[in-house]
Ligand binder design. Structure first.
Ligand code: PFF
Length: 447
C-alpha cells in the first residue's frame, strides 16, 4: 500500500471531524425531532446522552482509528485479528450508505432553496406562502431527484479527489461564519413577539411528554449529531499523527455541537410560536420557518442566501465523511482506485436514495409501520443501526484493547488525568452497553 495520507495540520483533523459532526443533524433534524417530542425534556435527555454516551464513544472511535491507522474495517482486523469484529466496520459502511441516501434528499432541499432565493422566487412571501412554495417544490419528482443528484455529485467530486484537503481550509472560515449568522438569527428570533413561548418550549422540560420512543429518539439523535457508531470517526482519526490530543479534539467537537443545537433550537422555536406554526411539522420544519425569520431582518434575503450557502457547506462536510468511509475501505487506500469507487458508490447511493426523495411527493402514500420510505430509512439509521454500531464499539474497546494501551492513547499529546480516564472507562465499559441495550429493549416493550 502506498504511504497513507495524513492531515495537513492538527487543525485539519478537528475541522474535518467537526465538519462530519456538525451538519443536518444539529441544524435540521434536532429542531424537528425536538418539536415532535415535546421540546425541553427531549433537549435535556439529548444533552445527557451526548455527554455520557456520545462523548465517550467519540473518544473510543478516535482511539481505535489512531492506534490502528487503517480504514474502518481493517482497523478492527488489526486490533482483533482472526475475529469477526471487522463486521462493526462493515455495519458502519452499510449505515453510511443508507444514511447518505436520505441525507442527500435534505442536502438537495438546501440547493433548491438556495436557487429559489437567488433568482428572487421567494421575495415578498409571507410565512404561509413559504411553506406552500417549499411543499410544492419538494413534491415535484423531477426537481427533488435532480437536486438530490446535484448534492451527491458535489460529494463525489470532493471525495474522489482524496482526503478532503482544501475543504479543511475552507471550513476554518465557513464554520465560524455559520456560527455568527446563527447568532444574528437567534437574536432576531428571541425578540419576536411571543418568542417567550418558544424559548420555554425548548428550555423548560415537561416530562409528561416523555415516552420510550422519546428516549430512543434522543439517544439516536445524540449519536447522529456526533457521527458515532458508524466508524466514520475511526476512519478520520486514522489519518491523524500520534501527537494530537484526542480528548481535546473530542471535547471541542462536542462543545461546538451542543452550542449549534442550542442555537438552532433558539432560532426555530421562538419563531414557530410567534408565527403560529406547528412545532411537530416534521422534516420540513426548518425550511418553513427560517425564511420567515430572515424576512424580519434588514437585508434578510441576503442573509438568508449566505445562511443557505454555509448550511449547504455544513451538510456537505458531513456527507463527505459518509462516502469517505466506504471509499477508503473499498479502495484500500490506493489513490488510483479512489476516483473510480467514489463515483460507483456515490451513484449507487443516489439510485437507492431516489425513493426517499419521492416520498415527499408521488411515493408519499407508501408507508410501512406508518412511516414513509424517507422516515423508515432515517429510523433504521438513527434508531437501530447507530445504536447497534455504538453498542458494538462500546463492547469492542474494553474487551479487545488493553486498559493500559487505552490510557496511553488518551494521554498522548495531552495531560489527561487518570481520574478522568477512569470515568471514561467506566462509561464505555458499563454505562454505554447497558444503557443502549436498556433503551432499545424498552422500545421493544420488553419491560
Ligand atoms: N453528524 C452528521 C450530522 O449531524 O449531520 C450526520 C452523520 C455523519 C452521522 C456521518 C453519521 C456519520 F457517520
Amino acid at each position: 500500500m502506498s504511504q497513507r495520507e495524513q492531515w495537513s495540520s492538527k487543525l485539519g483533523f478537528i475541522l474535518a471531524a467537526a465538519g462530519s459532526a456538525i451538519g443536518l443533524g444539529a441544524i435540521w433534524k434536532f429542531p424537528y425531532i425536538a418539536g415532535q417530542n415535546g421540546g425541553g425534556a427531549f433537549f435535556l435527555i439529548f444533552i445527557i446522552f451526548t455527554l455520557i454516551l456520545g462523548l465517550p464513544l467519540l473518544l473510543a472511535e478516535f482511539i481505535i482509528g489512531r492506534s490502528a491507522q487503517d480504514n474502518a474495517v481493517d482497523s478492527y482486523r488489526k486490533i482483533a485479528p482472526g475475529t469477526q469484529w471487522h463486521w462493526v466496520g462493515i455495519i458502519g459502511m452499510v449505515t453510511s450508505f443508507i444514511l447518505l441516501s436520505f441525507y442527500s434528499v435534505i442536502g438537495g432541499w438546501i440547493v433548491v432553496y438556495l436557487f429559489k432565493a437567488i433568482v428572487g422566487d421567494l421575495n415578498g412571501l409571507n410565512s404561509d406562502q413559504y411553506a406552500v412554495v417549499f411543499g410544492e417544490t419538494i413534491s415535484d419528482p423531477m426537481i427533488s431527484v435532480f437536486v438530490q443528484l446535484l448534492f451527491i455529485l458535489m460529494t463525489i467530486f470532493v471525495v474522489s479527489k482524496g482526503v478532503q484537503k482544501g475543504i479543511e481550509r475552507a471550513s476554518a472560515i465557513m464554520m465560524p461564519a455559520l456560527f455568527i449568522l446563527f447568532i444574528i438569527l437567534v437574536i432576531r428570533a428571541v425578540t419576536l413577539d411571543g418568542a417567550m413561548e418558544g424559548i420555554k418550549f425548548l428550555l423548560q422540560p415537561d416530562f409528561t411528554k416523555v415516552k420510550s420512543q422519546t428516549i430512543l429518539e434522543a439517544m439516536g439523535q445524540s449519536f447522529f449529531t456526533l457521527s458515532v457508531g458508524v466508524s466514520v470517526m475511526v476512519t478520520y482519526s486514522s489519518y491523524l499523527p500520534k501527537t494530537q490530543s484526542l480528548p481535546r479534539s473530542a471535547f471541542s467537537i462536542v462543545g461546538m455541537n451542543i452550542f449549534i443545537v442550542l442555537l438552532a433550537g433558539l432560532a426555530i422555536f421562538p419563531a414557530v410560536f410567534s408565527f403560529n406554526l406547528e412545532p411537530g411539522a416534521g422534516p420540513v420544519l426548518l425550511f418553513n420557518v427560517l425564511p420567515t425569520v430572515f424576512s424580519q431582518i434588514p437585508f434578510g434575503m441576503f442573509f438568508f442566501i449566505a445562511f443557505l450557502v454555509l448550511f449547504l457547506f455544513a451538510a456537505l462536510t458531513s456527507a463527505f465523511s459518509m462516502l469517505e468511509i466506504i471509499v477508503s475501505v473499498i479502495s484500500k487506500g490506493e489513490p488510483t482506485q479512489r476516483k473510480k469507487w467514489a463515483w460507483i458508490i456515490g451513484l449507487a447511493i443516489f439510485v437507492c436514495g431516489i425513493p426517499s426523495a419521492l416520498s415527499f411527493g408521488i411515493l408519499g402514500e407508501i408507508t410501512l409501520f406508518g412511516k414513509t420510505i424517507f422516515d423508515l430509512a432515517d429510523f433504521a439509521v438513527s434508531n437501530v443501526l447507530l445504536p447497534i454500531g455504538s453498542l458494538l464499539i462500546a463492547i469492542f474497546v474494553p474487551v479487545k484493547m488493553k486498559k493500559s494501551t487505552l490510557y496511553e492513547e488518551l494521554k498522548r499529546g495531552s495531560s489527561f488525568k487518570k481520574g478522568l480516564f477512569e470515568i471514561w472507562y467506566f462509561l464505555i465499559r458499563f454505562v454505554a452497553p447497558l444503557l443502549i441495550l436498556a433503551v432499545m429493549l424498552d422500545v421493544l416493550g420488553v419491560w
